[in-house]
Design a protein around this ligand. Structure first.
Ligand SMILES: Cc1cc2nc3c(=O)[nH]c(=O)nc-3n(C[C@H](O)[C@H](O)[C@H](O)COP(=O)(O)O)c2cc1C
Length: 397
């Protein structure tokens, strides 16, 4: 049960009869090593005693959104940021509907919108409520957005029927949570990741950029953090928020990215260069906006940027350096050549032909090392990130 040690869990309890089981659930989560903050909906307080929950968790139960004392101690946004996991058990049909549609009319629903923590839901309700298309559509929406479902079990329900809709037993919920937590195989390791595009300015309003969204690099950074690493993420301009618990440094150009990598490289165990760095920059950035000149074309003089990965690979006593290869053709042959040319330990190759990989949530990657060439398959960038770290740290072959 070590997987929940030091995990911060918000246990959201909603107004179903199964709420009476949550004192036991909270106690088991605490025994598994987690810090547990219970948040009750108004209806939940009809079914379970806040005092009992406070006694087993050691933390006063939160319920009201507009609670001046609680807000002064730990505001709801702070609480949302504190959490690693938001577990809603039992989850009523009503709360599932609110979450699916982004309502924020009580503390729990507001936290669900404000947190970046993993959302895990353990629904419990009458069988007809469970089968209702509205409930099933809401669930599907939540799952599409990444929520994890702990399916209700079949058995005798509070309404007297034997049907599907019972909340899973507290121990089964704790086991399901613990099993899904990544093992801390990168504990004590320092990881440096570059992500996103670089922008090479032409003048004060124009730049040369590329289509990298940063999603793969951010997924790698988050997975490394979840596996226990200390992570520095050096990101080009992206629309993604800074991930929690990661030292994120924003840069714009390839030159800035190189400088920040150089100042953070020493002592790095793994550097993964997922950024799409411009090979060239404009030789002289115009200080004023360039005006259209007659009917002719415009020539920009470009000079080569220093290769960040090659610089890293040349450093003495370095950790592992892993490059990405985004290719439109001959993906594997080009990635093999890059492995040798840059002197890196591995290349993660993907095809970017026909818009694949860039800006997408899914990717198809190959891991290429001097010893092997392995197809990691098509999966979400989050899943691939976990597989990559397992392989790079020798936990998976
Ligand atoms: C005795 C009783 C038991 C209930 N059990 C459930 C249940 O197991 N699941 C459910 O979805 N709703 C159940 N409800 C209905 C919810 O309490 C109701 O939809 C409420 O608005 C839920 O609010 P909440 O989602 O904010 O907690 C029950 C209601 C009563 C009166």
């Amino acid at each position: 049960m070590t997987m929940l040690v030091a995990k911060n869990i918000i246990l959201g309890i909603t107004g179903g009869i199964a709420a009476y089981k949550t004192v036991d659930l909270a106690r088991k989560l605490v025994q598994a090593g987690a810090s547990v903050q219970c948040v009750l909906t108004e209806s939940a307080a009809q079914f379970v005693s806040p005092l009992a929950l406070q006694a087993v968790t050691g933390l006063a139960v939160r319920s009201a959104l507009f609670d001046t004392d609680a807000e002064a101690a730990m505001g709801h946004i702070e609480l949302a940021r504190w959490a690693d996991i938001l577990l809603i058990a039992p989850a009523t049909a009503n709360t599932l509907a609110k979450l699916a549609h982004g309502l924020a009319d009580d503390l729990l629903a507001t936290l669900a919108l404000a947190t970046k923590a993993e959302l895990v839901i353990a629904p419990a309700m009458n069988g007809d409520m469970w089968r209702h298309p509205a409930t099933q559509t809401n669930l599907a929406l939540l799952q599409q957005r990444g929520a994890r479902l702990i399916e209700p079990a079949s058995g005798s329900l509070a309404c007297g029927e034997v049907d599907v809709g019972r909340m899973q037993e507290p121990q089964d919920i704790v086991n399901a949570l613990a099993q899904s937590q990544p093992e801390p195989i990168l504990a004590g390791k320092r990881v440096l990741i570059t992500a996103g595009p670089t922008f090479e300015d032409i003048d004060p309003v124009r730049f040369i950029g590329n289509r990298s969204s940063g999603k793969m690099g951010y997924a790698l950074a988050q997975a490394a953090r979840d596996m226990g690493a200390e992570v520095v993420l050096i990101s080009g301009p992206t629309a993604l928020p800074d991930p929690q618990g990661i030292n994120t440094i924003r840069v714009r150009s390839a030159l800035q990215m190189l400088q920040v990598v150089q100042s953070h490289f020493t002592g790095t165990d793994f550097m993964v260069a997922a950024a799409a760095v411009a090979d060239y920059r404009v030789e002289r950035i115009a200080s004023n906006k360039l005006k259209k000149q007659g009917d002719g074309g415009l020539t920009l003089n470009l000079v080569q940027n220093q290769d960040i990965v090659a610089w890293a690979a040349e450093q003495p006593n370095r950790g592992k350096v892993i490059a990405f290869a985004a290719e439109t053709d001959d993906v594997l042959a080009n990635a093999q050549a890059k492995l040798v040319r840059k002197g890196v330990d591995a290349v993660l190759a993907n095809s970017v032909a026909n818009g694949a990989a860039f800006e997408q949530d899914m990717n198809h990657l190959w891991l290429i090392t001097p010893q092997q060439q392995q197809d990691l398959g098509i999966a979400t960038k989050q899943h691939l990130a976990f597989v990559i770290w397992q392989m790079l740290s020798g936990q998976r072959s």
